[in-house]
Design a protein around this ligand. Structure first.
Ligand code: M6R
Length: 366
């Protein structure tokens, strides 16, 4: 079943162009975005949505954090994202007009299911599941649903489920914007063209594997790593750190780069590799000065830059240029390189990549 691959995780990383193509099949033709992709009642529910609340755990929570940037900037709807196991145990202010979005690969995560039921018990019945398993418990509980078509994910570390969740969330953003009159025809056509290009764009990122493997070999002997990102790439830094922790057991933390000088800079020395997600966006100049702060303290930097970004290579600063610049969908491309990085770090360490210690694929207990 593994074919030419050594592990399910590797196979699933490389299946991403196909998984994205399948998930986005309904927009493959020339038409526009249809809210009905989310269910027959989607137009009514989306049209009345004034707030979005996203609930999820782990990697699915990171997908929600990226979606917050998209939903607020494109659909102009206020959005909060909460870890399901925290939401269900706190007193919050319920709002029946809020669209509650639960994200789960398995659809069986106990905390996410319980958070959804809790939200419903508070009178929030406008619910949407983004899930990879059509007949799962979570999907059976929601008014609307979008089933990602990643195919079965076997590796405990979630990879293709994450990128397909992001594709679904990009579609949700466009549907919310369209129903609420915030999407011009030109913008709709542009976003859809970018989405249709995704499988090809991801395939090009996968070609960077040999260079990324070289990086992983350099830092796999370290005990700690710091991941930096800004804006919608901060959740990608979080996801990169989670992947590295899960499968290579290297302690990793992620920070929005602007927070460095508020504490974590104290940790930086030559034993602390710093991995930066540095796309060519409006925050690049700020990020560059954050990277200077790291370099001045002897930290070894590994920078994922976009095509055409000018970040000078120098002693202790390694730069890898992504094949293209991707705009709004950039988090989907950048995460692929971080998946490869953690996979290769784990190979060097010889850990059980597909079944890391202490973890289960589906967390069906609290
Ligand atoms: O099936 P779910 O998406 O609900 O699972 C949520 C988390 O348990 C999951 O994403 C976990 O964090 C992964 N092992 C991350 O790689």
């Amino acid at each position: 079943e593994l074919g030419k691959y050594r592990h399910y995780m590797q196979k699933e990383i490389f299946e991403q162009p196909q998984a994205l193509g399948n998930t986005l099949e309904m927009i493959a033709g020339g038409g526009g975005i249809s809210p009905q992709l989310f269910g027959a009642d989607a137009v009514g529910i989306f049209g009345a949505t004034r707030r979005v609340l996203i609930l999820a755990c782990g990697t699915s929570y990171h997908a929600g954090l990226v979606a917050r940037y998209w939903i607020e900037s494109v659909a102009k709807i206020s959005c909060t994202v909460e870890i399901a196991s925290e939401y269900r145990y706190r007193d919050s202010v319920p709002d029946p007009e809020t669209l509650v979005v639960v994200i789960s690969q398995s659809g069986e995560t106990a905390d996410t299911l319980a958070a959804l039921k809790f939200a419903k018990s508070l009178g929030m019945n406008k619910t949407l599941a983004i899930c990879n398993v059509p007949e799962s418990a979570i999907v059976r509980e929601t008014a609307l649903r979008f089933v990602t078509r990643a195919g079965p994910e076997i590796g405990v570390a979630s990879t293709k489920a994450f990128t397909t969740q992001l594709a679904a969330l990009a579609l949700l953003t466009l549907a919310l914007a369209k129903v609420n009159g915030r999407l011009s025809d030109e913008d709709e056509a542009m976003h859809l063209a970018h989405l249709r290009h995704l499988p090809v764009a991801v395939a090009k990122v996968l070609e960077l594997e040999p260079e990324i493997e070289g990086w992983a070999q350099r830092f796999a002997s370290k005990h700690h790593a710091l991941f930096l990102g800004r804006g919608m790439h901060y959740p990608i830094a979080l996801e990169g750190a989670l992947k590295l922790k899960e499968i290579s057991y290297i302690h990793a933390e992620a920070y929005p780069a602007g927070e460095l000088k508020h504490g974590p800079l104290a940790l930086v020395d030559k034993e602390m590799p710093v991995i930066a997600v540095a796309p060519a966006d409006s925050l690049l100049e700020k990020l560059k000065s954050n990277l200077q702060e790291v370099k001045a303290r002897g930290g070894e930097l590994y920078v994922f830059a976009d095509a055409g970004s000018e970040i000078p290579q120098s002693e202790g600063v390694h730069i890898l240029h992504m094949p293209e610049h991707y705009g709004l969908l950039s988090p989907i491309l950048h995460v692929v390189s971080l998946q490869l990085l953690s996979y290769h770090a784990a190979l060097v360490k010889g850990t059980d990549v597909d079944k890391p210690r202490n973890l289960a694929k589906s967390v069906t207990v609290e």
